[in-house]
Design a protein around this ligand. Sequence first.
Ligand code: P6P
Length: 337
Amino acid sequence: MLERTLARYLTEEQRDKGVITADLKFLIEVVSRACHAISIAIGKGGLGGVLGEAGSDNVQGEAQKKLDVLSNEILLEANEWGGHLAAMASEEMDLPHLVPHRYPQGEYLLLFDPLDGSSNIDVNVSIGTIFSVLRCPEGADLSSPEASENAFLQPGTAQVAAGYAVYGPTTLLVLTVGDGVVAFTLDREQGHFVLTQENVRIPADTKEFAINMANQRFWEAPVRRYVGEMQAGREGPLAKDYNMRWVASMVADVHRIMTRGGIFMYPMDDKVRDKGGKLRLMYEANPMAFLVEQAGGAATDGRRRILDIIPDRLHQRVPVILGSRNEVDRVTRYHAA
Ligand code: P6P
């Protein structure tokens, strides 16, 4: 049977089903090619001189890795000339990047974490790229990077597409355009992404949880209660034994959940309370929440549906609890108790 490539899937979504526009189809193809280029750079590792620190800090005050900076540049350069975008925002940039006037402006806004899980780069553990697509509001003020920030401040329900690339033993692209979730595998010989999983679904129940247990003493009571109940296993109130995984690359942990279920938690804790949480709403929590819900799962900050949160700043952080719906519902109930 003829392989269904990303290009064919997007054509079917655009031409045959009318789910996406031609410009959004083009945008996603450009992002996929950028992820392919990032995958190649990562694959060179020490041979490509791309490991280690860049010698700079990002807007989060975190030391940037060379690959953080390179991945960001690859995504900016790939997307700014096509005429499909008005502006881009990135974890690695304090302010949005406006499409230069020498290029036509488009109707979309692209947000991304160009390389998530940077602490895992130098130890050869899976990392990823996360992206989110919004429409640029009519009449948005794009007169300066500072002024353009308001155009991005839309709730996650306004996303028209979201996805991630996970750079692991294989390079995968997992995508939603609001019509379910599909997964593509990079065929390195052919140089394109081939559809390898249609209709990704997250089981409603699970026996596997993902959380950084080192933060246990900093968690709020509902999370301590829930994790304690899972640790109690079959003798405890949940009456089943659980297993734990923590890759410390959100993309890798979320991809495991998209593949076999589970619950991922980076909840509020006293260490990050002053920042609002650990993970970023606009280009980590929102795209992952869109994907998870499209796959039948749930995503909250412990109290609110992630996708309903109205952002008040571009680099806003939130607690994140996402994955198998029945488990997320339980934790969220504990927060309401
Ligand atoms: P910790 C990576 O830096 C990241 O933003 C997410 O990808 C990951 O889930 C989390 O931070 C890991 O945080 O505190 O366990 O190192």
